[in-house]
Design a protein around this ligand. Structure first.
Ligand code: ISL
Ligand code: CA
Length: 560
């Protein structure tokens, strides 16, 4: 198997936060167009754009009211066409977000559906007539009562929403819904879009009729995890195979599933080539490390252990050793900043740990997904007050906890580590007001550290995180062993050092990373050439096979 997307580096752009072109404080498509040469300069191959479709923005574009038009704040379809052409001219590709588990409640389908029980669009969504009693409990991620059923007076019925009340779930069991989605996908493919990242695609299938599920059953069969339950609807793979047969097979595109609730053992069901479903998926197993298992993104005071981290990423590597292909990421628009979570954003360690994490992502056997700002080492903003947050998720969890008289101060403290807005603050372009993101008032506060963490400063510094990122991307492109080589983990129980060998035919390299702020002596597990291919620090302390790793040092050696 040798596909262009296996060798690609993905760069994710959250349009609202990237670059504002007209001073309204909201990033937009013309803003991205202004920065096309910057994107090309990074060496990335594939841009993933978060939703840019018409939306009332209850969930920043993940609530779509028109799938075939552009959000007013972001620009026009002409801007979109220019952006796509500009990327293609520079040898980059574009994937869009496909959000089809739900629409906005302002989508014409839902407006029609809720109008009357006999409307032709009624069955586009999941309704529960009130005369049948209270519907079987379902959990909602974004509801102040965590209840996925909302009562709608117009027709005396409840509708299902796994996310907010303004995000009703589409009824995939209805063939007309599937047809409408496939038509919409063709619309974008005919424009030349190179694929889709598919939002919570694992959740689209629902059993019919919806049956009660007890906490005991949830615990026994679904690890007590609603995501896991939602990801195991009865006809999920039938739908994905149908989507492939009706649409995907006719276009030269790449697909990547967002796959909450999917375990490593099941991943091949989505991406094994012979199954004709999707190309890649991204999992959540790494993202739950260091959090309490309650779904509220509450950090475990003990943090995460490197042993567990290694176990997760090694397991996911092994799944795709013979078939399928993986992705790897450490942050995105739903997560805090990667350096704040997995590295160390204190000034003394910031640069080294950013470079170490970049080394990790670019030296594993999987397609790496970087989130805009990772290449600068952008960090968590750590808001103090609930009013500082814009994110519906944080507000909903806050309201939920408040309603139960829980300690919201402790919650806010936790959110400094885990809230999604940490990853959504505006991109830090330069040292001017609002980091050069906007001339107006930014929709979300800019991180005060833009004075020293910004693109302009890093362009001038050959040792910057930005220039390291570029260098390492070129290294990956020049050495197929970094993309395709087998992966062998060393010293799985070492609490501070992550080391592995990548081997392709006669070429082998050894990657050694110190994930701690301590100086760590480490005996190399195999003989190497003393001159490394890459070192994220200026010095190397190596005597025979005895390495003394500095805090967050990352070194790649050729194996002799
Ligand atoms: O399932 C979860 C936790 O186990 C949730 O994190 C959920 O899977 C995740 O938030 C889904 O994210 C995607 O869909 C959301 C949207 O808010 C996110 O931004 C998007 O990435 C609803 O469309
Ligand atoms: Ca704007």
């Amino acid at each position: 198997m040798n596909n262009w997307w296996q060798q690609a580096v993905i760069y994710q752009i959250y349009p609202r936060s990237f670059k504002d072109s007209n001073g309204d404080g909201i990033g937009d498509l013309p803003g991205i167009i202004q920065q096309l040469d910057y994107l090309a300069s990074l060496g990335v191959d594939l841009i993933w754009l978060n939703p840019v479709y018409s939306s009332p923005n209850d969930d920043n574009g993940y609530d779509i009211s028109n799938y075939e038009d552009i959000m007013l704040e972001f620009g026009t379809m002409t801007d979109f066409d220019l952006l796509l052409a500009g990327l293609h001219q520079r040898g980059m590709k574009l994937i869009m977000d496909l959000v089809v588990n739900h629409t906005s409640d302002e989508h014409p389908w839902f407006i029609a559906s809720r109008a009357s029980r006999d409307n032709p669009y009624r069955d586009f969504y999941h309704w529960w007539p009130a005369e049948n009693g209270t519907p079987p409990h379902r959990f909602s991620f974004f509801d102040p009562d965590a209840n996925a059923w909302a009562y709608d007076e117009a027709t005396n019925a409840y509708y299902l929403h796994y996310f907010s009340r303004k995000q009703p779930d589409l009824n995939w069991e209805n063939p007309a819904v599937r047809q409408a989605v496939y038509d919409m996908m063709r619309f974008w493919f005919r424009k030349g879009v190179d694929g889709f990242r598919m939002d919570v695609i694992s959740f689209i299938a629902k059993e019919q009729p919806l049956m009660p599920i007890s906490p005991q059953e949830l615990a026994d069969k679904y690890y007590g995890d609603w995501s896991y339950y939602y990801a195991h609807g009865p006809h999920l793979h039938d739908y994905l195979q149908e989507m492939h047969a009706r649409v995907l097979k006719d276009f030269d595109v790449v697909t990547m599933a967002e796959a909450p609730g999917i375990r490593a053992e099941e991943a091949l069901l989505f991406v094994q080539q012979s199954r004709k479903e999707l190309n890649m998926l991204y999992h959540f197993e790494g993202m739950s490390l260091g959090y309490m298992p309650n779904g509220f993104k509450r950090p475990d005071p003990k943090g995460y252990t490197l042993e567990a981290f290694k176990r997760v990423y090694s397991k996911w590597d092994s799944i795709f050793a013979k078939d399928g292909w993986g992705t790897i990421y450490l942050g995105n628009h739903d997560q805090p900043r990667m350096v704040s979570r997995w590295g160390n954003d204190a000034p003394a360690f910031h640069v080294a740990s950013c470079k170490m994490l970049i080394t990790f992502l670019l030296s594993m056997r999987a397609t790496p997904i970087f989130y805009a700002g990772d290449e600068l080492g952008m960090t968590n903003i750590r808001f103090e007050k609930i009013e500082d947050y814009r994110d519906i998720e944080t507000h909903m969890m806050y309201t939920y906890l408040q309603g139960r008289n829980e300690d919201v101060a402790a919650f806010l403290e936790d959110m400094k580590l885990s809230a999604r807005d940490n990853g959504r603050t505006p991109f830090q372009w330069d040292n001017s007001l609002h980091a050069g993101f906007t001339t107006g008032t930014p929709w979300l506060r800019v991180n005060g550290n833009y004075h020293w963490i910004n693109r302009a400063a890093q362009e001038k510094d050959p040792q910057s995180v930005l220039n390291y990122f570029r260098k390492l991307i070129q290294l990956r492109k020049a050495h197929p062993v970094l993309v395709y080589g087998d992966y062998t983990l060393h010293d799985p129980a070492h609490p501070q050092v992550y080391a592995y060998t990548r081997r392709l035919d006669k070429t082998a390299i050894l990657v050694v990373m110190n994930f701690s702020k301590d100086t760590v002596p480490y005996a190399l597990p195999e003989p190497v050439e003393a001159t490394p291919v890459l070192n994220n620090l200026p010095d190397l302390l190596l005597e025979n096979i005895q390495l003394t790793l500095q805090p967050y040092q990352a070194v790649i050696f050729p194996v002799v």
